[in-house]
Design a protein around this ligand. Structure first.
Ligand code: NAD
Length: 451
């Protein structure tokens, strides 16, 4: 009997993405798998049921019906309690589990006897690039952050010389130059903005400059060693942070748009912009805090809200920006999942290779237990590796323009158990040196250095 894969409607409020597209439905058939889709699953990504059916999927009315026979369940977000309870015994579940913050869901999957895999734990090795959902989604989030900022900004982005006078180019400052930051720089440059960017990893300087933006950072001894062997940022010392804050204070008051993307895997996002720095900006300036779901980089950002400060600075705290470009986000994520599921199926049967380093790194539960080394067994102990986004004291929160996309941010954690989590971030394997360039490649192809 063919392997059966179920695709459910996402139940988290505001989650518009879906785990498969008609294109990938056809490819699953080539792997020897039949796809069952819960009716309406593609609605948020503008994919009608009829397109899935035309690609060969079977449409069913409810999640329970889809789950009854499913060997593999693919999702965007972790399954909720009802979905987990409806899983067939021994089913495999693959999703962006947000495992550090979803202890209860991971624990429930273990108890249900499911083998759960977290797409966010896929290691960033060359072979797994096609499955790198963090990158595929961060890239779109970076793009979308600039579009959201431009829409909220009451002025133009490019310099325009008109008969009535000149419109100045917007000044955009990108803080944190990982995958999302690089795409934000590239997008802001395409729109004609004058872009500066900062990061604590020295490797980013050349990447920023290659996109035609200017690099601004405290380049001291600590900066030279701020990248871990895995390619991520280290938490910086209080002394460095003070120097960084002084530099940001001078720079930020001249900026029109600030986009923050700084993350430290497994920890709360660092605060990079203080309330005083926000207060120094001009009225009408816009800040987009892309790190809001991990606690936020900006003092005054509120999860799911547009906050307007007393001095008229607009702070966008929208979660799930990839969900605002859902058709493309689902397309890319669907392909990430297809590649991952390809590791689970051999000759038309479920046959995961227990020694595969990608599967080992992504596996959360097996044999009724939580097995990932960064998670404590018998969860829900690790719930909340990152604290909730704060409420803005000085800012007036207005409702988000669109429905808030994600769940409320997790509660503060900092238990002894989480320390090893932070020390062993995200993935078990290390990224290869060549890979980051590839991840940044689409951004690098943007019109460089024209002025
Ligand atoms: P991330 O989401 O973990 O963090 C975003 C950025 O914030 C990073 O560039 C980080 O250095 C920066 N940051 C952290 N603290 C900061 C601070 N105090 N001030 C300023 N900036 C700060 O990053 P990411 O997008 O996941 O990328 C992390 C690394 O992984 C990069 O080296 C990237 O090139 C690499 N990568 C590798 C692959 C691959 O090998 N397949 C794919 C994607 C990314």
């Amino acid at each position: 009997m063919a392997v059966t894969i179920a695709v459910l409607k996402e139940r988290l409020s505001g989650e518009t993405r879906v785990a498969t597209t008609p294109e990938t439905v056809k490819k699953y058939a080539a792997l020897g798998a039949a796809v069952i889709i819960e009716a309406g699953a593609g609605e948020g990504s503008s994919i009608p049921d009829s397109e899935y059916a035309a690609a060969g999927a079977r449409i069913v009315k409810s999640a329970a019906e889809a789950l009854k026979t499913a060997d593999i369940v693919i999702k965007v977000r972790a399954p909720d309690a009802k979905e987990t309870a409806a899983l067939k015994k021994g089913a495999i579940v693959v999703a962006l589990m947000d495992a550090y913050n979803n202890g209860a869901a991971v624990s429930a999957l273990a108890k249900a006897g499911a083998s759960a895999y977290a797409m966010e734990f896929v290691p960033r090795i060359t072979r797994a690039q096609v499955m790198d959902a963090l990158s595929s989604q961060a890239n779109l989030a970076g793009y979308r952050s600039v579009i959201e900022a431009a829409a909220a900004f009451g002025k133009g982005m490019p310099m325009m010389m008109t008969a009535a006078g000149t419109v100045a180019a917007a000044k955009v400052f990108v803080m944190g130059v990982g995958v999302a930051g690089l795409q934000a720089i590239a997008t802001a440059r395409r729109l004609g903005a004058v872009v500066t960017a900062t990061d604590v990893r020295p490797a980013t300087k050349e990447q920023v400059e290659s996109l035609g933006a200017k690099f601004t950072a405290v380049e001291d001894e600590e900066f030279k060693n701020a990248q871990t062997a895995g390619g991520y940022a280290k938490p910086m010392s209080a002394e460095y942070q003070a120097k960084q804050a002084a530099l940001v204070t001078e720079h930020i008051k001249k900026q029109d748009i600030v986009i923050t993307t700084a993350l430290i895997p497994g920890r709360k996002a660092p605060i990079l912009v203080s309330a005083a720095q926000v207060a120094s900006m001009k009225p009408g300036s816009v800040i987009v805090d892309l790190a809001i779901e991990q606690g936020g980089n900006v003092d005054g950002a509120v999860l799911g809200k547009t906050a307007v400060t007393k001095n008229g600075v607009i702070i966008l705290g929208s979660p799930n920006l990839p969900g605002r470009i859902a058709a493309d986000a689902s397309n890319l994520y669907g392909r990430n999942l297809l590649a991952f599921v390809g590791l689970l199926i051999k000759d038309g049967k479920i046959a995961p290779d227990a020694e595969d380093e990608i599967l080992k790194a992504a596996m959360l539960t097996s044999g009724g237990k939580v097995v990932h080394p960064n998670l404590s067994p018998n969860t829900p102990a690790q719930a909340g590796a990152q604290p909730a986004a704060k409420k803005a004291p000085a800012a007036k929160a207005a409702p988000a323009k669109k429905p808030a996309g994600a769940k409320a941010a997790p509660k503060p954690a900092a238990t002894a158990k989480q320390t090893p989590v932070a020390a062993k971030p995200k993935a078990v394997a290390k990224p290869k040196a060549a890979a980051p360039a590839k991840a940044a490649a689409p951004a690098k192809k943007t019109p460089p250095k024209k002025k």
